[in-house]
Design a protein around this ligand. Structure first.
Ligand code: RFL
Ligand code: PHB
Length: 388
């Protein structure tokens, strides 16, 4: 087998990269280690920035998003039950869209099926070779049979635990990491959302988030210790804890029900530098992780693959290496700004046992400053809806 671009990973990054290359006439094969149903079963992101909305449109997969997605002109922040509305529309004339990562993935998969592009699902023992030399290639087994895919370029879109970044010699990559001492316990429920806007709540008992997927399906999170076992959390316990962390009127209005998904996600900030190693390029969660507080992970992945697709199209169609040469430095600038914002939102809204009562007073002062300063609200708004 031979292709121009071997894409490792069929999550949102790999699927969008494949779509953009296909539209431009660059040949790509996606190799994914799980099944399509498994990939669609991972409940993750919910909020799309304007840049992601535009990219889905440009890729010709935005129709259902515009029909079913919910436009959000702001978010609510809460501190010990006191509410503060941040209205993006009024502050900076922009908005975001609530449309689940699952749906984005489904739309991209459907487009790929329509055009008959090659995706190899349930590929085992995926390994990448000679990306520093003249003959890059990918080997894997499928149904017990070994295969080799020869290529010009390997795109590492295989997430944080993937094989691509792990295959780079240790001395060629620098990593920057902060592991938070807590995670998010998330519950998906077939009930209308408790409020019009998302509510990000700081409380002495820990952070809570009220989010949604549609007008009939809601997503809620509570901060838990990093090593928490989801088995310790009955639905009953989850709803009690959530109610205790949000303001009483919202708690009263909360519609609960049996959870249709429940899982714990650890929180981490992580960046690898650089993002190019010969003919291997990293994008999305393979390159960086943000804590989900700023809703940046999927959006950052989409802006990486937009830049990578442009660079690869320049190389394969126009014969210029300028884009691939500057890919890493260009996207890292935006990545670090999103890392900063996600770290800041996380620091403001979670409880950090080690910072004590001083830390909580600083958080309170930050919340009060935000409430009284249009400039501070604009800064939050422009970061949340996405920097250019
Ligand atoms: P993914 O989605 O992890 O996909 C990587 C794919 O690679 C496959 N893979 C391999 N394939 C072949 N060979 C190997 N050796 C392989 N190893 C792995 C995997 O099976 C998988 O299919 O990475 P990608 O595509 O870069 O996409 C990134 C996003 O998934 C991620 O950034 C977001 O979900 C983060 N995130 C959020 N982002 C937002 O923009 N807005 C949000 O509101 C938001 N909320 C969230 C989130 C992430 C969360 N969790 C669970 C960490 C909420 C949560 C709770
Ligand atoms: C979600 O709905 O899953 C969600 C929304 C906003 C975030 C993180 C997750 O910041």
């Amino acid at each position: 087998m031979r292709t121009q671009v071997a894409i490792i990973g069929g999550g949102p990054s790999g699927l969008m990269l494949g779509r953009l290359l296909e539209q431009a006439g660059v040949d790509a094969v996606i190799i994914e280690r799980k099944s399509p149903d498994y990939v669609l079963g991972r409940i993750r992101a919910g909020v799309l920035e304007q840049g992601t909305i535009d990219l889905l449109d440009a890729a010709g997969v935005g129709a259902r998003m515009h029909e079913e997605g919910l436009i959000h002109t702001g978010v609510d922040l809460a501190f010990d039950g006191e509410m503060l509305n941040i209205n993006f529309d009024k502050l900076i004339g922009k908005h975001v869209m609530v449309y689940g990562q699952t749906e984005v993935t489904r739309d991209l998969m459907a487009a790929r099926q329509r055009t008959g592009s090659k995706t190899i699902y349930e590929a085992d023992d995926v390994a990448i070779h000679d990306f520093d030399g003249a003959k890059p290639r990918v080997t894997f087994t499928k149904d017990g049979v070994s295969h080799t895919l020869e290529c010009d370029v390997i795109a590492g879109c295989d997430g944080y635990h993937g094989v691509c970044r792990a295959s780079v010699p240790e001395n060629a990559v620098t990593t920057f990491e902060r592991v938070y001492p807590f995670g998010w316990l998330g519950v998906l429920v077939e009930q209308p959302p408790v409020a019009e806007e998302l509510i990000y709540a700081h409380h002495a008992r820990g952070f809570a988030l009220c989010s949604m997927r549609s007008n009939t399906r809601s997503r809620y999170y509570v901060q838990v210790p990093g090593d928490e076992d989801v088995k310790n959390w009955s639905d009953e316990r989850f709803w009690d804890e959530l109610r205790a962390r949000i303001n009483p009127a919202t708690a009263e209005a909360l519609k609960t029900g049996p959870s249709i998904e429940k899982s714990v996600a650890p929180l981490r900030s992580f960046v690898a530098e650089p993002l190019r190693f010969g003919s291997l390029f990293l994008a999305g969660d393979a390159a960086h992780i943000v804590p989900p507080t700023g809703a940046k992970g999927l959006n950052l992945a989409m802006s990486d693959v937009k830049a990578l697709a442009e660079a690869l199209i320049e190389r394969f169609i126009e014969g210029s290496a300028a884009g691939v040469d500057s890919y890493s430095a260009t996207v890292l600038q935006r990545i670090w700004k999103a890392e900063r914002f996600s770290w800041w939102m996380t620091s403001l809204l979670h409880t950090f046992p080690e910072t004590g009562n001083f830390g909580r007073r600083i958080q309170r002062a930050e919340f009060d400053y935000l409430g009284g300063s249009v400039a501070a609200q604009q800064s939050l708004a422009e970061n949340y809806v996405g920097l250019p």
